[in-house]
Design a protein around this ligand. Sequence first.
Ligand code: BES
Ligand code: ZN
Ligand code: ZN
Length: 487
Amino acid sequence: MRLSTLASLDDLLGTIDMLCIPASKEMLDVLHTEVLSLLIPAETLPPVSELLANKKNNTLLFYGQYKGTRIKVLIACECEKLKESNIYSICKKLAIRAKNENSIRTGLMVHHLSSTDIVQSAFAGWTAGQYDLGLYKNGEDENGRKSTSSVHSFIPHGFTQFAENGITIGLVQHEVMTLVNVPASHKSPAALGRWAENSASDYNYKVNVINKEQLLKLGMHALLAVNRGSEYEAHCVVTHYQHPEATRKIVLIGKGVIFDTGGVSIKTSKNMHYMKSDMAGAAAALGTVEACARLGLKVNVMAIAPLTDNSIDNTSIKPGDVISSYLGKSIEVIDTDAEGRLILADALAYAVKEYKPDVMIDMATLTGSIVASLGPQAAGLFTNNDSLAAELSAAGNISGERVWRMPMYDEYQDDMQSDIADIKNLSEKPYAGATTAAKFLEYFTSDHPAWAHLDIAGMAFQANGFGKSYCATAYGVRLLVKWISQN
Ligand code: BES
Ligand code: ZN
Ligand code: ZN
């Protein structure tokens, strides 16, 4: 997407066929007198009270005209006040709706927004909303044109850099969404490795793709155990962006299960197609490093993505098997569908030993249990570090990519004790599945003092407007970019 900035509202209105306005109840009066009255003749201009009452799905669509040219006006007004936490999703919705209205030259009105951070998030949402989910659709859409359209904005003086940063974040999200939306037929650990290599060369950061042979030498036995039934060799991708002025080292770790069939503990087929999204943690971690590099943030940040699919084959691991791990601990695999924690166990232990991070955060579509607890409203946050919890909660509330802290009581660790190995991968109790998963991960962090785990199973893949069904959200990128920029 190219951002075209125009010098004034007058220029903007003269260029576009549709104007999208993120609004709030408190600003409707001003909007009415300063913008709508320019576009809609006084006789047909509805009063503000009607604007508030007559809306469907919190959006209003008008036909107006400017200097003889017809212009559609789309207003989203769903909140009392526009804030950083809601402007992203409002602008994303506007962009999606504008696309569905077949607008060719769409404008976003931002000059009424009050802070640089709000402008940045507005453009991130506006850009994210331009995403085209029809990755494998042939030819043109039913309206006989490609869904690309031009987008314009009049950006007030001093806000341009923030608008551009927002666009960059939105573009990184496009890439993350595509990585996740691509089906298992079109992705593999090696393909994700190639994506990381291309990104690193485009944006000037470091990458190392560890192949299966090297994983064996390193002793990543848990990752290799999950990979046993797969037609594709496991990989582990490590990316690294370092700003010269950065002090602390942040390591992000992302679950990269290319497709999760459950393995021999096979899943039921209902909604199994969603399991192409089981690498969303890896995509978000890799995307965050790309975002930091593109934004030039003063940070030293790495992403580690253990990658494999969880397939079913005569060579697959079986329930009851005992496997080894990078840390040297033995694991009894009660359920082969609890595979994410196995590959993360190796990645976490490897991160601690190899890179000695100051802070370590993993993101994983880890449990159905967190979806049952929090639904699509927040990721589960698990950490023993109160200040890290507070920082991540604040970043979540500001960005709108929320997290909700869950308990990590020691008693839950008892549920992971195995009779025949050092630990088992499943609590056989019918409760607290997201927490017992987190306790399993904790075991492999060697009690790292600043580790947090984000269970993003309810956040990564949702009904979010791009189509009729669920699709990727790129959850995590904006949360972590916000956390990194603030701390
Ligand atoms: N990838 C799934 C978790 C998941 C569920 C992600 C729903 C996204 C949406 C994970 O590997 C898994 O299968 N977890 C099991 C764990 C169980 C066997 C302990 C689950 O949650 O059912
Ligand atoms: Zn699973
Ligand atoms: Zn999984």
